[in-house]
Ligand binder design. Structure first.
Ligand SMILES: [Zn+2]
Length: 235
């Protein structure tokens, strides 16, 4: 998996870049080993029990059989096992919690401007067709005494993306989780994604992108703050 394309924006158009109050966040970027994505991969505690893997292998073998395939042919002989492990990885979010991924990466700060993490790579699975949807998440918040290590924002997105999902719910869950973890003045989450269930089958629209947003706190209540967020988003 490629490292995410990150942009850390400190906002308020026209004002000089002043890092006072941001040091904890910046330091966390340097210290966090998960910034190179290693922690975004499956860890031992997120594995499924062996019996569940065996059950999934049996189900995938049944699926191949129902398709009229020969499970014994060379190319498919190990496919049920591979597919089971693949689904284990893609659904590891069920076995993770936001508390545990955030861990101790919350720092006191008097920062009061919008903190935004743009272009977080997103891979999830549509719960209706078990096909992927792929895109980017943009997450912003306004601190209220606390900031979070930037890499943890991506990990929160992963906790919910690595489940069977619908995009609308994923967007809301990420926003709610950040609200609960930080109690910020507001949270804004925008997700844009392409859905393979729409591209490969059904209406076969190759270029449609679904956009969803969830605005909480000042982003919802204050038009000026919302405008500032939308301006940042389009930069
Ligand atoms: Zn679908």
């Amino acid at each position: 998996m490629q490292a995410s394309c990150w942009r850390f924006c400190r906002l308020r158009a026209g004002s000089p870049l002043n890092l006072t109050g941001w040091e904890p966040v910046l330091r966390s970027v340097v210290q966090d080993t998960d910034f190179d994505t290693s922690e975004r991969l499956t860890m031992k505690r997120d594995r499924l029990q062996t019996e569940r893997i065996i059950e999934m292998e049996r189900v995938f073998a049944g699926l191949l059989d129902a398709l009229g395939e020969d499970c014994a042919r060379e190319g498919l002989a190990r496919t049920p096992g591979r597919a089971a492990r693949s689904f284990e990885f893609l659904t590891q979010g069920y076995r993770q919690t936001v508390e545990e991924v955030v861990n101790d990466a919350i720092f006191a700060s008097d920062a009061s401007e919008i903190v935004m993490v743009k272009d977080i790579e997103l891979y999830s699975m549509c719960e209706h067709h078990l096909l992927p949807f792929i895109g980017r998440a943009h997450v912003a918040y306004i601190p209220n005494g606390k900031v979070i290590g930037l890499s943890k924002v991506a990990r929160i997105v992963d906790v919910y993306a690595r489940r069977l999902q619908i995009q609308e719910q994923l967007t809301t869950q990420v926003a709610d989780a950040l609200m609960q973890a930080l109690h910020p003045l507001g949270v804004a989450v925008v997700i844009e994604a392409k859905h393979l269930c729409m591209m490969m089958r059904g209406v076969q629209k190759q270029n449609s992108v679904m956009k969803t947003s969830c605005l909480l706190g000042v982003f919802k209540e204050d038009a000026r703050t919302r405008g500032e967020f939308l301006a940042l988003l389009s930069q």
